[in-house]
Design a binder for this molecule. Structure first.
Ligand SMILES: Nc1nc2c(ncn2[C@@H]2O[C@H](COP(=O)(O)OP(=O)(O)OP(=O)(O)O)[C@@H](O)[C@H]2O)c(=O)[nH]1
Ligand SMILES: [Mg+2]
Length: 304
């Protein structure tokens, strides 16, 4: 028998409004923290690819930025990423926060305009915040607004309902060869994940303004050089540059006597070490790049 007859492979875009739990889902499905998660909306800014391999399928998930009405160039780029992920996908997992009233079925119906006639599985997330009796009527309402392939209540956070979701995704994938070697988890490089970890700590440690005005990039990533002249012998050296939009933000980010930034560095280093499985020496620098979120050229250079 042709092996392709029983192996499925395809792209699954995970899409939805900001903060509904898309990145959390990806991390739980892959059993690995591939995409950063924070309580703040608009955490994810670029598509993140995560590959789930099983004997019967290869699922290539694309975590996307939350869908929003763009107010500046960075947000336009974020929405473009969502649309390109949808265009590339064989199946969409459209996620809503079932506990959030703004995600009522009529609202979700409007968002279906974005789905480009793809097969859509509706994931009703955060059901851990609902009472059981609320669920059935909700499913019934959603079922009337779009011909979903399935409506699956889940709790990404508690890994509840994910088996059923995977089953449904698998059913809707085309038969075919895998796209990536079976030991691949993502196509991004270590640098990307390291920068994202730093950004996550900034999202978690600061209020409203700072997280959104920060961009993080890795300027230097040097693997440990076992030389006696090397001051940080035995550790990778990572220099991360944090760009902010205004001088005042630089001050807040750094904090009194550098204490605030130090905390970012400490938390980020711990997580980077766990991620890489080896010790690192992490240095953080802050620079002002006036209004970078609105500058096409800068954004392009930043990979948006
Ligand atoms: N109670 C509950 N909280 C959840 C669940 N899934 C995610 N969350 C929380 O919701 C918040 C947002 O989660 P993310 O995974 O960052 O959401 P996202 O959709 O990727 O957000 P953006 O990247 O901003 O679009 C975080 O605080 C998560 O811990 C869930 O099943 N139950
Ligand atoms: Mg996200």
């Amino acid at each position: 028998m042709n092996p392709i007859e029983n192996f499925r492979a395809g792209y699954i875009a995970v899409v939805g409004l900001p903060n509904v739990g898309k990145s959390t889902l990806l991390n739980r499905l892959l059993h690995f923290k591939i995409s950063i998660v924070t309580p703040k909306p608009q955490t994810t800014r670029k598509n993140v690819l995560g590959i789930l391999n099983a004997p019967q399928y290869q699922m290539v998930f694309i975590d996307t930025p939350g869908i929003l009405e763009p107010r500046y160039t960075l947000q336009e780029k974020m929405l473009k990423s969502v649309k390109s992920a949808i265009a590339d996908a064989d199946v969409l997992v459209y996620m809503v926060d079932a506990a959030e009233r703004r995600q009522a079925p009529q609202e979700v119906q409007k968002q279906m305009a974005l789905t480009q006639n793809k097969a859509v599985i509706l994931a009703l997330n955060k059901i851990d915040l609902l009472e059981k009796r609320q669920l059935l009527p909700l499913i019934e309402q959603y079922s009337k607004i779009h011909p979903f392939k399935a409506i699956i209540p889940i709790s990404a956070e508690k890994s509840d309902g994910l088996g059923q979701l995977l089953e449904e995704i698998a059913k809707n994938l085309p038969f075919g060869h895998p796209f990536y070697p079976s030991d691949y988890l993502s196509d991004q490089q270590e640098r990307f994940f390291v920068a994202e970890i730093v950004r996550e700590k900034i999202f978690k440690l600061y209020g409203e303004e700072i997280p959104y005005s920060c961009h993080v990039e890795i300027e230097e990533f040097r693997e440990a050089a076992p030389s006696p002249e090397e001051p940080q012998e035995g550790k990778d050296y990572i220099r991360a540059l944090i760009l902010v939009e205004k001088p005042s933000q630089k001050g807040i980010l750094i904090g009194k006597k550098g204490q605030a930034l130090k905390k970012v560095g400490l938390l980020a280093r711990e997580e980077i070490e766990a991620f890489l499985g080896r010790p690192v020496f992490l240095e953080l620098f802050v620079k002002v790049a006036e209004d970078w979120r609105r500058k096409e050229g800068l954004l392009r250079r930043m990979g948006y």
